[in-house]
Design a protein around this ligand. Sequence first.
Ligand SMILES: Cc1cc2nc3c(=O)[nH]c(=O)nc-3n(C[C@H](O)[C@H](O)[C@H](O)COP(=O)(O)OP(=O)(O)OC[C@H]3O[C@@H](n4cnc5c(N)ncnc54)[C@H](O)[C@@H]3O)c2cc1C
Ligand code: FES
Length: 254
Amino acid sequence: MHEIPSVPVVITDIIDESPSIKTFVFSRRFPAEPGHFCMVWIPGTDEIPMAFSAQNAITVQKVGEATEALFALSRGDKIGIKGPLGNGFSPTGRTLAVAGGVGAAPLRLLATLGMADDFILGARTAGELLFSKELADVTNLKCATDDGTHGHHGFVTELLRAADPASYDTICVCGPEVMMKAVLAILIDAGCPEKGQFSLHRYMKCGVGICGSCCIDHSGLRVCRDGPVFTGDVIINSEFGSYTRDASGRRKPI
Ligand SMILES: Cc1cc2nc3c(=O)[nH]c(=O)nc-3n(C[C@H](O)[C@H](O)[C@H](O)COP(=O)(O)OP(=O)(O)OC[C@H]3O[C@@H](n4cnc5c(N)ncnc54)[C@H](O)[C@@H]3O)c2cc1C
Ligand code: FES
C-alpha cells in the first residue's frame, strides 16, 4: 500500500469560533474535497483525525488530551498533516447540507466550493453556530438553536422536516451521531434514505485502513477507508446511532 506521508505545516492563524472551538489555518493547501479528512500529528502528543474545513484549515472542538494540546499551540508552531484521506461527499443536483455543532467543519468546505444550495445549521446556543455569516453568503441558510437564542428554537431535524427532504437530490449531513440518526429516520419516513450522505466521526487509530479500530458492525466497513461519508441505505441496519467504540474497542452506547 502506498503510504501517504505526514507533511509538516506552520500554523499561520488561529481563529476563536466559540469558547470550545478554534480554526487552525496552516501554511499549505491540500487538494481536499468536502468530507475528506487528515490525520493531524501534534508533536509529543498524538495523531488524530480531523475534517478539512478549508483546503488549508481544520476546525477543532476541545474534548480531550490531543485537542487540548492543539489548543495550547500558537501561530508559528508546526503540526503534521497526513491527507487528504477517505471518501468525501459526492453531491449531485439540488443539495441540502445539515450540520450540528462542529459537524459544520466539513460542510463549510462543501458550501464554500459552491456545492450546497440550502444549509440547515444547528448548535446549542447562538455563540456556537459555526461560520454562519460565511454560510449565509454562499447558501440559503436557516439556523436552529436549542435555547432559541438565534433562528428556530429547537432542533435542525424540525427544520429538515419542514424543508421537504424528498425534494432534494442530495442531503449532506455531519454532526453528533444522535442527530444524524434522527436525520436518517426522517429520510426513511420520506422514502429516500439513499439521498442522505452522512459523515461519521468515529474513533480512529491508524486512519489508513490497517488497524480495524473504526470498523462498523455488521458490515465491517472501515470509516477511514470506506468512509467517513456513507449513504443512508448503507448504514441503515448498522451500529450507526446505537453505539460507538473507545480506544480499547469497547462499545459505548450513544
Ligand atoms: C473522519 C473524522 C473527522 C473528524 N473531524 C473533526 C473535526 O472537524 N473537528 C473536531 O473537533 N473533531 C473531529 N473529529 C473528532 C476528533 O478526531 C476527536 O474529537 C479527537 O480525536 C479527540 O481527541 P482527544 O485526544 O482530544 O480526545 P480523547 O481523549 O481521545 O477523547 C475525549 C472524548 O471524545 C470522545 N472521542 C474521541 N474521538 C472521537 C471521535 N472520533 N468521535 C467522537 N467522539 C470522540 C471520546 O470517547 C471521549 O469521550 C473527527 C473524527 C473523524 C474520525
Ligand atoms: S482507523 Fe485503522 S482501520 Fe480505520
